[in-house]
Design a protein around this ligand. Structure first.
Ligand SMILES: N[C@@H](Cc1ccccc1)C(=O)O
Length: 484
């Protein structure tokens, strides 16, 4: 049977001695404290290795004051002696005797003197209290110490528990037997000396109760982001990366959003104070974007409005990762191509159960010849099916940069409501033409909300449960990992 280190030490101490002792003695021989010894004894008793019986004894100990009186006599005894030795003692005279203040009350209570004009002594036989004081002073343990001594603070009472421990035959066998030397816990000494290498480690008791510990773990939002990256990669997409703070040129102008149009404040944006503008924009791209805004693309008319390079240079926290798609398209990508990102975007929204000021967007686009809306929808059906979501719906929508456009909806598993999970469409010629993309090449694109996907999968009703200062730690600790 496996013993803890302490049990082993106690059992060894018992086997080496005469096998019959008490916890206090064991504490001395093992060098363990009394508490650990008693703990080990209890465990050994459960295993049948020791028999334990407990006795309690009341011990009396003299206080310093009590010891003084044991030597010099109780104050009332000293007063009495003075009265016997002197005649016609007045109270005033008695006052000068040492211990008067304390002794006078006891002298009267014990009836050792009559108080009148003078104080006259009576017979004063030696009392139990005096006997007990003397006995205690000479180291005897006295039964029935008078309570008055305790009340007077001359004697202290202590309850002493004695835990008598006797080793059993099984205990002796174990102490001498094969499971000797089993190590119940790795100690600093074992590690430092290297002895752990040869140690015979005790079996682990998997049924023992243990404290709950909470180790660090990947946040479910991060888990989900990684899972999405896997799915997108499996679907043949390459990941995009780019700046969180970017020029409006990439966030808005590339998306054919007129500079003076309310669509530009589409989301109340976060401006950057320092620096306010990007240093440079590529001249050729600026020319192309300006032209498309003013004159339109093939088959379109443009806005014929002012287009200001400085407005395009203004820096924002990106409100969507479509800015990354624009940066990648601007690099000159050849069809077919598929790109995605799962990254933070920032919007000055009002916080509510489904809106945060920052969230993760799953951005993506496919560039190929002869793409249609069916491909776009099919891509979502496939993507969401990887997460067990089979019932997505589409709703016609408007974006300045896509035509046609669709919002994507999914059913919340708890509330049954249709919640918006993404926005998508086919990029307009005004978006792709500045990049020199051929007319028979289509680019379909989208932005999906990672947090909404999470809500559909786990059934959270308030996104703030998993994100930000209001998050529910218990839930985050306990939420199951749905895949790995
Ligand atoms: N930028 C859009 C998503 C989108 C991207 C690309 C095409 C269409 C829509 C949004 O944030 O809602």
């Amino acid at each position: 049977m496996t013993l803890t280190n302490n049990e082993r030490r106690v059992l060894d101490a018992l086997a080496e001695g005469d096998g019959d002792t008490d916890a206090e003695a064991l504490a001395r021989t093992t060098g363990l404290g009394r508490g650990p010894v008693e703990g080990a004894v209890e465990l050994l008793a459960e295993k049948g290795y020791v028999n334990v019986d407990e006795t309690a004894e009341t011990l009396y100990k003299l206080t310093d004051e009590g010891r003084g009186y044991a030597d010099d006599g109780l104050p009332e005894r000293r007063l009495h002696d003075y009265l016997v030795e002197n005649d016609d003692v007045t109270t005033d005279e008695l006052r000068d005797v040492e211990g008067f203040e304390i002794g006078i009350g006891h002298l009267r209570r014990k009836g050792w003197a009559e108080m009148g004009a003078t104080v006259e002594p009576n017979e004063a036989s030696r009392g139990d209290d005096e006997e007990a004081l003397e006995a205690l002073a000479s180291g005897e343990n006295v039964d029935g110490v008078p309570e008055t001594l305790v009340d007077r603070g001359l004697v202290e009472r202590e309850e002493e528990r004695t835990v008598n421990v006797r080793i059993t035959d099984e205990g002796r066998e174990s102490a001498e037997g094969d499971d000797r030397g089993t190590v119940g816990a790795l100690t600093h000494d074992l590690l430092a000396s290297g002895d752990w290498k040869d140690a015979d480690l005790a079996e682990y008791n998997v049924e023992a109760d243990a404290e709950t510990t909470h180790g660090g773990r990947e946040h479910i939002l991060r888990q989900m982001a990684n899972r999405v990256k896997e799915v997108m990669t499996d679907m043949g997409f390459q990941e995009m990366e780019g700046p969180h703070v970017d020029a409006e040129f990439y966030i808005n102008d590339h998306l054919f959003m007129p500079q003076d149009h309310p669509a530009r404040t589409h989301w109340d944006k976060f401006l950057v104070e320092e620096p306010q503008r990007i240093d440079e924009l590529p001249d050729e791209a600026v020319e192309n974007i300006r032209n498309v805004h003013r004159e339109g693309a093939e088959g379109g008319d443009g806005y014929h409005s002012e287009w200001d390079r400085d407005v395009a240079r203004t820096l924002n926290l990106r409100g969507h990762t479509t800015s990354l798609s624009m940066r990648y398209l601007a690099e000159g990508v050849e069809p077919p191509a598929r790109y995605f990102s799962v990254d933070k975007v920032y919007r000055n929204d009002t916080l509510d159960p489904t809106h945060l000021l920052e969230f993760f967007q799953i951005e993506g686009w496919v560039m190929a010849r002869d793409l249609s809306v069916r491909d776009l929808m099919g891509t979502f059906v496939e993507f969401y099916s990887h997460f067990g979501i089979e019932d997505i719906e589409f709703k016609p929508h408007y974006n300045p940069y896509t035509e046609p456009s669709f919002e994507i909806f999914g059913e919340h598993p708890e509330t049954g409501e249709q919640i918006e999970i993404g926005n998508s469409g086919m990029f307009r010629r005004e978006v792709v033409e500045p990049h020199g993309i051929d007319e028979d090449v289509e680019v379909m694109a989208w932005g999906l909300a990672l947090e909404r996907l999470l809500m559909l999968i786990y059934g959270f009703e308030d996104i703030r449960d998993v994100h930000g200062t209001l998050c529910d730690l218990e839930l985050l600790r306990e939420v199951p990992v749905l895949w790995n």
